[in-house]
Design a protein around this ligand. Structure first.
Ligand code: SF4
Length: 351
């Protein structure tokens, strides 16, 4: 993976700084280079919230860091909720008022954290409440990392995988998403394996190509939801720009390690994409792709005009695809009662 730092990482909070950028900062102050690693460890290993607690750094350096960068953590937790099934949701707000949510999902043991890449989303998928609440702004790498570190604390470190499936389209903010991934994988930081990171997209083809080039090993998920252009374009406007043929050609060329598969997400919408002909189209689309498929019961939101397929229908759909050799899982919907389930996240959290 390229180690090129994101230029915009500087000035958006110290958590987004690379080790190289911290070394440059130390050099500019005639400090020894080992200080850069020490500072980096405060961020990503000790998970400190402010420089005052960095007791292994000289007092003058702590003050200089505080003056140069401000606090290490720069987001305010505006709401914290826990669902009956143990799913936890944090609503966070930046100093400019941008707000976004992150969700921690218990997965029979360790949690998986669903990260937001944007505050709001401009992609306009018609089944998604996040999209319906409008466009916000891109999150910085620092804000993405802070989401994760606050999530880590909330589940006391019992967290395994990170998925960019929260608010926003990660490929529309790929500089910052990749910068965050590089920091998470840095051996001096969290040293995470790329296989614990998944970036999900609604089908932004240039972003998929770039992810494949610059972050091999990081997993890719595609929100598919229909396998004919007419239905998919109605559900997901991105399909008018990159249709299924273009998407499939791109996915066929996507680099996968021998044990890896592409993940497809398919939200089950009653009478829209759950018919026999939809299953047939899906089989045709998936043919030749090394993949697994997640069927997701639609999480109904009063503001949106869709109903979930009944569970019997979802099981029928699963059996049909399974009988043709596709690995299919029905993904249990978690956190519905606190609006933390797939497609339910929002900029201003309902209280
Ligand atoms: Fe945006 Fe994803 Fe919602 Fe589509 S499904 S509007 S890409 S957040």
């Amino acid at each position: 993976m390229s180690s090129k730092p994101s230029d915009s990482a500087i000035g958006t909070g110290p958590l987004g700084l690379t080790l190289v950028q911290l070394e440059d900062w130390c050099t500019s102050r005639e400090l020894p280079r080992f200080r850069a690693k020490q500072i980096f460890h405060q961020f990503h290993q000790r998970l400190l919230g402010d420089f005052g607690a960095a007791s292994d750094l000289p007092k003058a350096l702590r003050e200089d860091l505080q003056q140069s960068f401000g606090a290490i953590r720069q987001l305010e937790v505006v709401q914290q909720r826990e669902a009956e099934d143990g799913t936890r949701k944090l609503a966070l707000q930046a100093a400019d008022g941008a707000s976004f949510e992150t969700v921690l999902i218990p997965m029979d043991g360790p949690f998986t954290q669903c990260l937001s890449s944007q505050s709001g989303c401009a992609m306009g998928c018609t089944f998604c409440y996040t999209g319906a609440t409008g466009v916000g702004r891109n999150l910085t790498a620092a804000e993405i990392l802070e989401q994760h570190y606050r999530g880590l604390e909330l589940c006391e470190g019992n967290l395994r995988n990170l998925v960019f499936m929260g608010m926003g389209e990660p490929m529309q903010n790929l500089d910052e998403v990749l910068a965050a991934c590089r920091l998470l994988m840095d051996p001096e930081g969290r040293a995470m394996s790329p296989t614990r990171l998944t970036v999900s997209t609604c089908g932004v083809v240039p972003g998929i190509k770039r992810l494949g080039r610059e972050a091999p090993g990081v997993r890719l998920a595609v929100s598919l939801n229909a396998a004919d252009d007419e239905t998919r374009s109605k559900l997901m406007p991105i399909n008018k720009r990159y249709n299924l043929e273009t998407l499939k050609a791109t996915l066929k060329a996507h680099p996968l390690s021998p044990r890896d598969r592409l993940t497809f997400e398919y939200i089950m919408l009653a009478g829209v994409n759950d018919r026999q002909t939809d299953a047939r189209n899906l089989l045709r689309f998936l043919d030749g792709l090394r993949c697994k498929l997640n069927l997701i019961p639609f999480n109904e939101v009063p503001a949106l005009p869709f109903k979930s397929s009944p569970m019997e229908r979802i099981h029928w759909f699963q059996d049909l695809l399974k009988s043709k050799g596709i690995p299919v899982t029905i993904r249990a919907s978690k956190g519905r009662d606190i609006m933390a389930a797939c497609g339910q996240l929002a900029r201003t959290s309902p209280r």
